[in-house]
Write a protein that binds this ligand. Structure first.
Ligand code: NOJ
Length: 514
């Protein structure tokens, strides 16, 4: 049986402002991405998803969209996009764009019309409620501001809902015209040839029509991390039918920011909702073996065991990079074995292959209302003072130590973390067990997690299996596994028999002895 491409694919996220400029400048753009596709090819990733590049006032750096079917001039135009897409396909790299269905910018013509009058035909495209100007309709809290998720509109005397900034009003997906218009947006990009969508806060789009208060014990948690309604599942099934009607296994990879793998799993439906869902509890898990063991088991129980396919992600544009969270390069190196060794589709975040840390952002350079500037620092491509950007200073400060920690320098050094990513990606591509096989935990000492990837999807051991072992503890650990080391997180002992001991914060991939 053949599996869809996205099941064995390794995804790579590009945050376009921070990746690379096509011509000298402080912000990246679509031409800059195209110029750096060699880097993706060198690494060996299969698919890229790009954060929003649509026209936007940039209140939330592109997640506040004023036209879903165009390109913001700062990133290029539709012609530049088509060129990038063709260049990706010429290299056999799939391209997903970010679909943001929950909200528009308050500058979107739909919202401008909606707020112009209570009688405007677009009024009901957003969520309005009566009330008095000092008491919001319910206790929902917006992300980033931690203030009410409702803003009073003076002119028309009603509240409107926004789970994010006031400049990001929520669309009313209970209105069939909204569904049709947003399906039109999906068709627009699918017709251009994209391979699918990363879907922003997809669990947020359906609302309980009664808009009930969040429980008092959860008060203060942004409603966007709690919204979980049956309406949303029906809406996702509609998107899925639309996407599945296109040829070529187009994929929807949904951001389900609910911090329970059990809840995330519901968004795969009965194989009729998301093809893939981000599962963030592992991303928020510290570098501790017992905690990781539980996360892996919970993913298996909730996602694999329902016949769905998990994803693994440790960094993105919304969270401190895992190199920063875990504290050392040794740990960042060992963490690649989680991403590329666990069963599911890995999603890498541009720059993690360079072992980048978050930039330190002095107060006068803070620009993001959500405090996420550090992980969005520009990628240093070269050791030169402009790091390949043609300007001394990009839109955010460089990550630490860019003279040594840049793509050119690390690619020239075979011992670098970039080469480790590349070797592990190649080992994965060469192994059906790692790409699509089963996964069986191996008993190991307390700080070690180990598992066997079996070529047999059901977990029966066989000659083409692989073993992954990671020591998350502070002391060397003896690990009861035998085989040839294919990849080691510190690069030592590769192609030799495993010596039986793992150093602290080290990992290996083995071909087990028969
Ligand atoms: C999730 C995105 O990843 C984040 O960057 C954005 O701010 C919110 N959704 C709102 O669109």
């Amino acid at each position: 049986m053949t599996s869809p491409w996205w099941q064995s694919a390794v995804f790579y996220q590009v945050y376009p402002r921070s990746f690379a400029p096509g011509s000298p400048g402080p912000t990246g753009d679509l031409a800059g991405i195209e110029q750096h596709l060699d880097h993706l090819g060198w690494l060996g990733v299969d698919a890229m998803w790009i954060s929003p590049f649509y026209p936007s006032p940039q209140a939330d750096f592109g997640y506040d969209i004023s036209d879903f079917c165009d390109v913001d001039p700062q990133f290029g135009d539709l012609g530049t996009f088509d060129k990038l897409l063709a260049a990706c396909h010429a290299r056999d790299i799939k391209l997903l764009v970010d679909f943001v269905p929950n909200h528009t910018s308050d500058r979107h013509p739909w919202f401008q019309a909606a707020r112009s009058s209570r009688d405007d035909p677009h009024r009901d495209w957003y969520i309005w409620r009566d009330g008095s100007p000092d008491t919001p309709p319910n206790n929902w809290v917006a992300a980033f501001t931690n203030e009410s998720a409702w803003t009073w509109d003076d002119r028309t005397g009603q509240w409107y809902l926004h789970q994010f900034l006031p400049a990001q009003p929520d669309l009313n997906w209970a209105n069939p015209e909204v569904v049709e218009a947003m399906h039109g947006v999906m068709r627009f990009w699918l017709d251009r040839g994209v391979d699918g969508f990363r879907i922003d806060v997809v669990h947020g789009i359906g609302k309980d029509p009664a808009l009930p208060d969040d429980p008092p014990e959860l008060a203060g948690i942004p409603h966007s991390a709690l919204n979980d309604t049956p309406q949303t599942h029906e809406l996702i099934r509609g998107m899925r039918r639309l996407v599945d009607a296109y040829p070529g296994d187009r994929v929807i990879l949904g951001e389900v920011y609910l911090l329970s793998t059990e809840l995330v799993a519901q968004y795969y439906g009965a194989g009729d909702e998301l093809h893939l869902a981000f599962n963030f509890p592992p991303l928020l898990t510290p570098w501790e073996a017992p905690r990781w063991r539980k996360r892996i088991a919970s993913t298996r129980r909730n996602i694999d065991d329902r016949g769905a396919w998990p994803t693994w992600v440790l960094s993105n544009h919304d969270n401190a990079r895992h190199r920063t969270r875990y504290g050392t390069e040794d740990r960042a190196r060992a963490a690649v074995f989680l991403l590329l060794g666990l069963r599911g589709s890995p999603v890498l975040y541009a720059g993690e292959e360079l072992g980048l840390e978050d930039a330190v952002i002095p107060p006068e350079r803070v620009v993001d209302p959500g405090g996420r500037d550090g992980c969005r620092a520009p990628i240093p491509w070269t050791p030169a003072p402009d790091h390949g950007w043609g300007v001394d200073d990009a839109w955010l400060p460089w990550p630490p130590d860019p003279r040594a920690r840049n793509a050119e320098t690390l690619l020239a050094d075979e011992r670098s973390i970039a080469h480790l990513y590349r070797r592990l990606l190649a080992a994965r591509k060469a192994s059906p067990a790692l790409q699509l096989g089963g996964a069986v935990p191996i008993e190991a000492p307390g700080d070690v997690i180990a598992w066997r990837r079996t070529a047999d999807p059901a977990g029966q051991a066989g000659p083409d299996d692989r073993i992954v072992a990671i020591n998350m503890g502070p002391a060397p650990a003896a690990v009861p596994i035998a085989g040839t080391v294919l990849v080691a997180s510190d690069g030592t002992g590769e192609d030799q028999a495993f010596a039986g001991t793992l150093a602290p914060d080290h990992a290996v991939l083995l071909a087990p002895d028969a």
